[in-house]
Design a protein around this ligand. Structure first.
Ligand SMILES: [Zn+2]
Length: 250
């Protein structure tokens, strides 16, 4: 999270119909559009920031067929299917999650005694899991986001598919230049207690997630956005293999 405006719910506002959002500079601003969304469920614990839309799962099925076609030597069909999975509505869902905190989606609230954002020198050095650790995490969590449950695809697979189908799998520097399904389903190693809040790199503190859930939560703790700890919930079981078979036999 860059140094953007931070939104907090004031404690006393939770029971009120009107919600006032407090900005970090102390200024108060009323956001009337929020009123309609505030009800008893608004601050209730939830599994993910925003329920995934069904078209994401449809795109996963299309990509799965694309890999089948590729492995059967049907390159033209595979390329066409990859392009078919590049669906605008998915990019919109992703953007809603990671395009900065929104009152009705992120629902950030003030939590007493929340760990502070640490200065860089006080943080444990961030480190990506090693190949062996990544394998352990996949074996433990599977190929679905531990928060929202959507299928995920590892960066290595995306790179291999892009190398074989550079026109079908667009992947530019800007968000809008990236294939919507590969972008949304981009596998992340997400720190449950954010690194900036004192989280370490132990496997117990890391879960497999999609990119919108990881970047959407940014530096907030689970409590600050009302998320249930996914480690307390069963792993999503599915036949999805992260398209790993595209890479061929190990
Ligand atoms: Zn997710």
């Amino acid at each position: 999270m860059e140094n953007g405006v931070r939104l907090h719910f004031a404690h006393s506002c939770i029971r009120q119909t009107r919600v006032r959002l407090y900005f970090s500079d102390g200024a108060k601003r009323r956001l009337p559009s929020l009123e309609a969304n505030v009800n008893k469920d608004f601050l209730a614990p939830r599994r993910c920031l925003m329920k995934p839309i069904s078209v994401i799962f449809e795109a996963a099925r299309i990509l799965d067929s694309a890999v089948d076609a590729h492995l059967a030597g049907e390159k033209v069909r595979a390329g066409r299917l990859i392009m078919e999975a590049d669906i605008r509505a998915i990019a919109d869902w992703t953007e809603a999650l990671w395009g900065g905190p929104k009152p009705d989606i992120h629902r950030v609230r003030k939590v007493d005694n929340a760990p502070p954002i640490l200065p860089n020198e006080k943080r444990i050095e961030a480190r990506m899991p090693s190949a062996a650790e990544r394998r352990k995490l996949i074996e433990r969590d599977g190929w679905n986001c531990r928060f929202c449950g959507i299928p995920v695809i590892d960066t290595l697979v995306r790179k291999a598919v892009r190398e074989a189908y550079p026109k079908a799998l667009r992947w530019g520097r800007k968000n809008v230049e990236q294939h919507a399904a590969f972008q949304c389903m981009w596998l992340q190693y997400d720190h449950i207690l954010p690194h900036s809040r004192g989280g370490d790199n132990s496997l117990e503190n890391i879960v497999i997630t999609c990119a919108p859930c990881n970047f959407g939560r940014a530096e907030y703790t689970l409590e600050e956005v009302g998320l249930i700890d996914p480690r307390t919930l069963p792993v999503c079981s599915s036949a999805w293999d992260g398209l790993e078979r595209f890479l061929g036999p190990k």
